[in-house]
Design a protein around this ligand. Sequence first.
Ligand code: NOJ
Length: 750
Amino acid sequence: MKITSIKYSNLLIGMAFVFAAYGKQPDGSIDQKVDQLLSQMTWEEKIGQLNQIASYGLNDDIAARIKNGAIGSILNEVDPKTINALQEIAVKDSRLSIPLIFARDVIHGFKTIFPVPLGQASSWNPLVVENGARVAAVEAASVGIRWTFAPMLDISRDHRWGRIVESLGEDPVLASRLGVAMVKGFQGDDLSQPTSVAACAKHYAGYGAAESGRDYNTAIISGEQLRNVYLPPFKAAVDAGCASVMVSFNEINGVPSSGNEYLVKQILRDEWRYDDIVVSDWHSIGELVPHGFARDLKHAAEIGINTTIDVDMENHAYLPFAAELLKEGKIKEAVINQAVRRVLKLKYELGLFDRPYIKTGNNVMYADAHLQKAKEAAVESAVLLKNENNLLPLSQKIRSIAVIGPMADAPHDQMGTWVFDGDKTHTVTPLAALFAEYGDKLKINYAQGLTFSRDMNRSKFSQAVEAARASDVILFFGGEEAILSGEAHCRADIGLPGAQRELLAELAQTGKPIVLVVMAGRAIEIYRELPWVKSYLFTFHPGTMGGAALTDLLFGKAVPSGKLPVTYPKMVGQSPIYYNHKNSGRPAGDDLQTIENIPLEAGQVSLGNTNYYLDAGQSPLFPFGFGLSYTTFEYSDLKLSTTTLDKSGKIEISCTVKNTGMRAGAEIVQLYVCDRVGTITRPVKELKDFDKIVLQPGEAKTVSFTLAADDLKFWNNHDEELLEEGDYSVWIAPNSTEGLESSFTYLHGK
Ligand code: NOJ
């Protein structure tokens, strides 16, 4: 039987028409209120609205500043009583009673922690991401947080960069789709609902292109790469009504984002018509000075204001210098007025003028429904990368398991980076979940071996080996502690830290089958250890419910369905690495001479002179879009509704996907296109669409995608968007390196 599946993608597109902007209804009366309020404000009160400071609780100094209208928003206060007290000063004691907004980095959960964003991206499921943001919003808003700095939409191609973990991966289409889902989850259907939290698309732009994967580093990005790769997720978030955008720390091609008029004024404001808040990153305007782009803080303030960065986050630059700058004619009052309008508008949209306080004592943290959603997210975020002889799911015949490794019982570290509020006592670790579920059915031999991921102390190896010998199978939980990824936590060596490799080597010598589970913030270099293990389950940092989700996956109560949202390198030296690269003039074939097989004194040109590494070849360890299941899927019957497309036409591309295994499972079906010849070179493949479908054993579904001429557009290096005639290859595929291939021709037509 063939059933045409309903696609998440189509659903989302449909919904996008219904809610032109998630959580933001156009409201003429708000504009009037804003203008009326603005007309009563003094210059100092206006600049105050643009001033965002970090919280130091409530003291006389802060109270006086709020009373004078010198603070517009406060970052990092999470105590509801303090929030209400600070708010009371703003509402009752300040001249115009303008409420404060309280902001916080609620990145992948407030109390209930979901998998890190890159983990969530492995689900390729917008609903999972939306649910995660919704739960985070409900919990954060309950203490008074109404502005978060997420989603992070930086396209990330380098696993050395610590912030890859916060990203939604390397692909613009995937990151756009999931980014929009996150905005929707945070902002809800209407920003004025008490559980809605304003989202922030960050870091605009090109932050993920930091040279050599070192945080805050210079980015050199060509015009076409900027427009074709780095900007689309921001455009998608802006179109979805994201309430704010944050500029990035880095410079692109010599211009730091906090002073980048091309990025902010030309593209964001003028082309995309974005008239909501742009916020600086923490002190990023002040950092124009060390960048060598501003002489001093006053000059930096001038640049920031003229770049239309509305909110000064912890730069302490606008408040002291704006008046002087105005007097000197360096900034215009109209620019300040517009910035203040944007801040006031958000405050009205959030309903803060009507309901400035939060009700305390309303405890929604760690609600059962939240934990359930977090568990579902952790299940869908895990990616099965190897499963020799179907070792997983573990057979009913297994009587004993050895639980080993530094991440088996690491309640803090499995939550991952950017967790300020999650409480580790609520974390369900794999060890706890295994004992809870299987403690009375199996012999569980627990011996950590290493107490934390960087541990070099081998004194507990012998206990681990003993536990392994006494068991039918070894479950090794390794990876990185939370502190090894995230902002400013970059690594030049992305292998297993500490003595984990050595411990694995000793365990491998026992001859017992090993299931390797890695919890990390990036792909971990594992190609040397991989032959020692039968199964490899890569989970990123899976959050509060990680252990429960993993237990279900290991024993087959759940079936892995995640696929990589990033290319998984063999060696760190391949970085940056991404599937949608250019072909080069000398692409490598399959028959490579590698370092092991080069004949002695081989001739200079005898190795083929193609585009690959002698010691790593040209392919990654696992390609973008790859992930295994406990069942198998067969792709057949690729059909194109037409093989010629014109400007107003569409092509329907479909194929049959059949579950050929014995278990129900979900498959992420991917549509790729290659524009074979262009006036600038085009990537070897580009993801255009995807769909996640569930199939029962033996069941087949027709999956269809629609391509329109607009989907083939791309930018050149002169800010021109092009649609070029020519031949295109197309694939429906289980990942970025396989699939069914066909082709079509695009001609403009009439
Ligand atoms: C710096 C980070 O780059 C940004 O992502 C974050 O939102 C701000 N600090 C505020 O904490």
